[in-house]
Design a protein around this ligand. Structure first.
Ligand code: ZN
Length: 224
């Protein structure tokens, strides 16, 4: 299928700030995090303070790898203090990377305007706060998504109002294909024109999710 050139441009945009800028940005708020930069990848390691209403309530040792595609590519984070059990039920992949959010929802947590600092203060702080809360109470304070395919299906059912996996896949293909026209028949199979059916859902997500995010979602949804 033809790719939207806008999507490709977005995926390859190099937004990673220079390490000096990052250092300056985070030094004051995260004095125990240290930054190194190698081959364009920025690695931030150290003791991360978890805040609730601006009060530090806990600490975790972390290693954060900020990739060239940031913020369109989410950083890879590991908890290196051996505290969070490496299990999908704790939202940690077996390889040790933390699962902060579903890649298809990355744009909500890491919008175009996101900086390293807003990432640390927002999604990473929220995730680690949730882990502390889970240790204490055995449940998640902000709810949770299912793992793997279940998480994708859940999210797409929320967006589309149907849990039909074939509709979900056709929707994803519509996100990366040609600009949809209102007079096309809707991908959902309603036999209505797009403009009277799901066109608004397509428009709302086009340009927010990258071609890579769409591709891996389709892969996961079509795998047995
Ligand atoms: Zn429809």
């Amino acid at each position: 299928m033809e790719q939207d050139p806008g999507l490709n441009k977005m995926s390859f945009r190099q937004q990673i700030p220079k390490s000096d800028e990052i250092r300056q940005l985070i030094h004051e708020r995260y004095p125990e995090l240290f930054i190194t930069q190698d081959s364009g990848v920025c690695v931030i390691t150290g003791r991360f303070p978890v805040r609730a209403d601006e009060i530090v309530v806990d600490h975790y040792f972390v290693e954060i790898c900020v990739l060239k595609g940031f913020p369109f590519e989410a950083p890879l984070v590991r908890e290196i203090g051996g505290r969070i059990h490496r299990h999908v039920d704790r939202h940690v992949f077996l390889c040790g990377f933390l699962c902060l959010f579903l890649p298809l929802e990355r744009w909500k947590h890491l919008p175009e305007t996101a900086t390293i600092l807003t990432y640390l203060d927002g999604p990473l702080n929220d995730y680690l706060f949730s882990q502390t809360y889970f240790e204490e109470y055995g449940c998640w304070p902000f709810g949770e998504r299912g793992h793997g395919k279940a998480g994708y299906r859940e999210y797409l059912a929320e967006v589309l109002g149907t849990d039909d996996p074939n509709v979900a896949i056709r929707f994803l293909e519509c996100l990366k294909g040609r600009d949809p026209k209102g007079h096309w028949l809707c991908f959902c199979g309603s036999e209505k024109k797009m403009r009277n059916c799901h066109l608004d859902k397509v428009i709302a997500l086009r340009g927010k999710v990258t071609a890579e995010e769409i591709g891996s979602a389709i892969d996961i949804l079509t795998k047995d």
